[in-house]
Design a protein around this ligand. Structure first.
Ligand SMILES: [Zn+2]
Length: 323
């Protein structure tokens, strides 16, 4: 017997009767983290306590939820024991590790190996079957050293402020924003956040993350601050003069700056880059790999060329560029 794995807007494990990160509401689904393309109104969900809290903030309402701490063992179904491991993507993000008579299975959700300023460090347990995200599954997606990108972002903000312009960083409200708040706070820069980003940062604090000072965006009192907001935020029109930058792993592509219509783009990502995807597979030592998201087909081919059985499941969505 071996693991059965299929994909339809989420990973389906028929032998367990559970979905993994299904985008439609399902009777039972594991939720790896609280980004909007991974959450839905499931009848019953399994996640970390932090993901449960963040999901509650985003979806509202009440639903059945099993909150499992990292490393805690849980009998998910008959003959199946599950443990969650940190994925290093955003606060509370988890990988799903199941042990049954079919052997072990690891599902990464979104992950990164590089250390972040606002997420738990990623862990790489062994598994027979690995289902992994491959957003940056092409060889040219190699992120520069994080310290270098950090220094470039701080220099960009300081220069804009020195020139009398407001630096605006485009970033996801959840995860990337809190990483930037930590970075800019350590550099002593004053910060204002768009309303959704502000709310999420408050939840990070509630969950025990120590954050430097920050404030909510104010229409008439933002001068002298670094403003963090999602791309195309309505508040953007109120900021003049401004200097804008996208903060995304896609900044590796030189066209990103023009696609976002911004002055600069910085490759700070909460996803594994190409090298880290390969390192991850080496550490997990799987017998078979299923790839999904981004360059799934290309990365599966790369693994096969290295003698590892690998298959792309789901749909490639390498054009997913929204912040
Ligand atoms: Zn994510």
């Amino acid at each position: 017997m071996s693991w059965e794995v299929s994909y339809k807007k989420g990973v389906w494990l028929p032998q367990l009767g559970w979905w993994l990160d299904c985008q439609n509401g399902m009777p039972r689904s594991f939720v790896s983290h609280a980004h909007s393309d991974h959450i839905a109104r499931h009848r019953e969900s399994l996640c970390t306590p932090a993901t449960g809290r963040l999901m509650q903030e985003r979806l509202g309402g009440r639903r059945q939820m099993t909150a499992l701490r990292y490393g805690e063992k849980h009998a998910l179904a008959l003959g199946c024991e599950v443990q969650l491991y940190p994925a290093g993507h955003i606060l509370g993000s988890a990988q799903f590790h199941a042990t049954t008579e079919h052997g072990t299975l690891l599902y990464t959700g979104d992950f990164k190996l590089r250390a972040g300023l606002a997420a738990e460090p990623c862990v790489t347990p062994h598994a027979d079957v690995l289902i992994m995200e491959t957003t940056f599954g092409r060889p040219h997606y190699v992120m520069p050293p994080t310290e270098q990108v950090h220094a470039d972002i701080i220099a960009f903000c300081r220069q804009a402020l020195a020139d009398g312009a407001t630096p605006v960083l485009y970033a996801y409200a959840l995860g990337k924003t809190q990483e930037l708040v930590q970075l800019l706070g350590q550099a002593g820069l004053p910060i204002q956040l768009a309303p959704a980003a502000y709310r999420m940062t408050k939840v990070y604090e509630e969950l025990g993350q120590k954050m430097p000072p920050y404030a909510e965006f104010e229409q008439n009192r933002h001068a002298g601050h670094v403003v963090i907001m999602p791309h195309r935020s309505p508040q953007l029109d109120w900021i003049n003069p401004k200097r804008t930058a996208a903060v995304t792993g896609w900044a590796i592509d030189s066209s990103t700056k023009y696609q976002y219509g911004c002055d600069a783009a910085f490759p700070l990502s909460d996803h594994a880059d190409y090298h880290d995807l390969l390192t991850f597979v080496e550490r997990v030592q799987p017998k078979v790999v299923y790839t999904l998201h981004g360059f799934a087909k290309e990365f599966a081919l790369t693994l096969r060329q290295r003698g590892i059985e690998a298959w792309a499941i789901g749909q490639g969505n390498q054009l997913e560029l929204s912040l």
